[in-house]
Design a protein around this ligand. Structure first.
Ligand SMILES: [Zn+2]
Length: 275
């Protein structure tokens, strides 16, 4: 009942009560005795008959004080495979809630006779903070790493002295047979096969039309349909197909078009030659 009353009258009620010589009379006049008794039976009864304070202190002053307390929000974590592994994103900002405590004090002649909690209202419910986190290590970072160690022996484009017939649609990184070849970024293996030119080769689809290709492998450690994380071993360098020495032929394809891997995908200085 009291909670309803406070909510309907709001903050004004607090101010009204304070300083009234005989609060019950004042409130009765304001709301009508019946209504006041109904809404605020505890004080009414107190003032009329039931509380010895009334007879002992006819000048009792009833006042109300409020105190607020924050309710801390909770954080909810939701796995999100579209986010880079380990990355977190706040989707909903958490907000603290609030509880309002109302205390009733009875004072007579400047002396506080009693103070009690008369209502506890959750003024505002807390809003949970919602955090998404990347839970799939094969989700592409959108940035490539070098697929192997070695020496950059051939760049994308016309090969000097060879002519238009031998346009090179990728880069070659040469080192020893058996050097590890890794996924340049996360994705799913879409091709694993042997053809005359590439020898044994793999393709990895990184989404958004981006595919990488790894050719002249000695052997492959992944199969079609397998999801791989950036840096995960996918095979070993070899000289299968049309290669004169062990090397990795690496291509980047965007929407089916072969583009220069060193043009915004791989940094030359990231291709490290072992000592
Ligand atoms: Zn090549």
């Amino acid at each position: 009942m009291f909670i309803k009353f406070l909510m309907s009258v709001g903050a004004i009620s607090l101010a009204l009560f304070i300083g009234m010589g005989t609060a019950s009379t004042g409130m009765s006049e304001m709301f009508g005795k019946e209504e006041f008794a109904d809404r605020y039976v505890n004080v009414y009864e107190l003032k009329e008959d039931s509380d010895p304070i009334k007879t002992e202190h006819p000048d009792v002053v009833i006042a109300y004080e409020t105190e607020t307390e924050e309710i801390g929000f909770e954080t909810v974590y939701i796995p999100d495979p579209t986010l880079v592994y380990g990355k977190q994103e706040i989707k909903t900002q958490g907000e603290n809630g609030r509880i309002v405590y109302t205390y009733e004090t009875l004072t007579s002649g400047g002396k506080q006779l009693s103070r009690k909690l008369v209502s506890e209202i959750t003024d505002k419910e807390p809003i949970n903070q919602v955090v998404h986190y990347g839970n799939d290590p094969t989700t592409p970072y959108g940035e490539m790493i070098s697929p192997t160690l070695g020496k950059l022996t051939s760049c994308y484009g016309y090969r000097p002295g060879v002519g238009a017939s031998n346009y090179h649609y990728g880069i070659d990184i040469a080192w020893r047979r058996g050097t590890e070849v890794v996924a340049a970024d996360g994705g799913v293996v879409t091709v694993r096969k042997s053809i005359e030119s590439f020898g044994l080769y793999l393709c990895i689809d990184h989404g958004n039309g981006l595919v990488t290709l790894y050719a002249h492998l000695d052997s492959a450690t992944v199969k079609v349909g397998q999801r791989v994380a950036r840096g995960e071993l996918i095979g070993y360098m070899g000289d299968s197909g049309n290669a004169t020495a062990p090397c990795l032929h690496f291509e980047v394809r965007l929407n089916g078009k072969r583009i220069d891997p060193l043009d915004g995908y791989l940094d030359k200085k990231d291709i490290v030659t072992p000592d």
